[in-house]
Write a protein that binds this ligand. Sequence first.
Ligand SMILES: Cc1cc2nc3c(=O)[nH]c(=O)nc-3n(C[C@H](O)[C@H](O)[C@H](O)COP(=O)(O)OP(=O)(O)OC[C@H]3O[C@@H](n4cnc5c(N)ncnc54)[C@H](O)[C@@H]3O)c2cc1C
Length: 489
Amino acid sequence: MSHILVLGAGPAGLAAARSARRRGATVTLVDSSEQLGGQFWRHLPDARPAANERLLHHGWDTFRELQADLRADDGCRILTSASVFALEPGDSGPGRVHVIVGPSDGTGRQRLELFPDAIVLATGAHDRTLPFPGWDLPGVFTGGAAQALAKGERLAVGRRVLVAGAGPFLLPVAASLAATGSRVLGVFESSRLPSLVRGWLPRPWQLLPAAKKGAELAGYLGGQLKHRIPYTTGASVIAAHGTDRVESVTVASLDANWAPIAGTERRIAVDAVCVSHGFTPRLELAIAAGCDITADRFVAIDDAQATSVPGVYAAGEITGIGGVDLALAEGALAGHAAAGGQPSDLPGEVRKRRVYAGFARRIEAAHGIRPGWPAMVTDDTIVCRCEEVSFGGLCRTAESTGSTSLRSLKLSTRAGLGICQGRVCGRSLEQLIARRLPGNTLGDAVSTDRRPLAVPVRLGELAAAASPSDPSPLSTSTPLADPLKGPKS
Ligand SMILES: Cc1cc2nc3c(=O)[nH]c(=O)nc-3n(C[C@H](O)[C@H](O)[C@H](O)COP(=O)(O)OP(=O)(O)OC[C@H]3O[C@@H](n4cnc5c(N)ncnc54)[C@H](O)[C@@H]3O)c2cc1C
């Protein structure tokens, strides 16, 4: 019986785990969160459940069913609060997977090494926020952070909140803010109406099989009307102002390339602002496994969700940003294939994948980041929030050192080397540096997606594990010949 390791317990990972179990494989499902569900089904902890959790979710019954099936299944070992921090490719099989188990702020975390027959990578994405003056002030949140606080804690990030950025994700963010008691002053979508029409409307009949998405959209728009939340296209927050925290923002109209249009600026008083410009896939483990990455920087997959590395499959946001339905279909196909099945065994999932992949292409066409955004960035704008590196500082270093490589600029300015390891700023830094260079190309092939350690691990934990003579519990590396040994959480 093969052992499949599923990395990530969001929609894609949950679907993959169940699909692999249905084909008879044993499964280990690993997620760094305390709970299953990923970003989409983030919810209050079991210890303090909501009276009606489904009010904040779409597809809540699907999640409940997936979770119940997997938890009741002795052939599926579930490890929560367990982070995969490294992956070493193997000569035969997909390699050795290093996991650290225990709360990230806790001590006495346990190390595991897993040697699965196949891996399904379903590690999802981070939300991306483009830098603008004042985005480092307290009270400026990413849309994802606001959504996580609303869904996972029922906390509103402020009383008077403005939502800005790009993409359909702005709508659930506004809905969750309204549901948790914020007054949402408006949703500002950066793309202009003609771009939205060009992105969403070609061959509209192809949208029909995704009618469920239309109903979801109608629900959000109904909520916007009910709470009187205006929706403005071709405009965004271009600066946040305040001393100790954000007190107001400047909103301006944007041109088709997202450069602010002079003379259209206006100030709006807020006590919080949520800004999100789409998502960046979490690629570090796929890169560590040696998987090919596409030109638009997702994990390259074939029809069976197989990556370029034998025994490694991928599903969900790491193969393209398409939302929960695409993640579920891809997950089902990936788990099935990892356990030896063929896509043709699951024609319904293949059809859903085709339908929702089309949806993903429309999202990118309508809301994808446009090249004029750096016009928002001033000399003083902090581009790396962790290390407080300003755009002016970055440019001056590039000029004085003549550096054209991302690596040398990171080392000389520390941009992208802070606690988030470039997850928040990495892609924007790459673009800001590259646009100053001939051909808009960086002088090295280094990307900010490459991180040898996928999550922070304490030096002590690494050092202890590296010393086989040290018998302390932290160094316990447990090759799991039988993946079902050990506690089921
Ligand atoms: C912050 C945030 C909030 C979102 N909220 C919404 C929303 O409200 N509505 C909506 O339509 N879409 C939302 N999205 C988009 C949504 O996440 C996707 O459409 C969908 O959840 C994708 O499913 P997935 O399984 O690919 O990824 P995810 O749901 O992101 O699941 C990936 C899982 O992998 C785990 N993981 C990643 N790396 C590791 C590691 N090294 N070790 C262990 N575990 C790991 C993560 O903890 C996570 O649980 C949100 C996205 C983000 C980033």
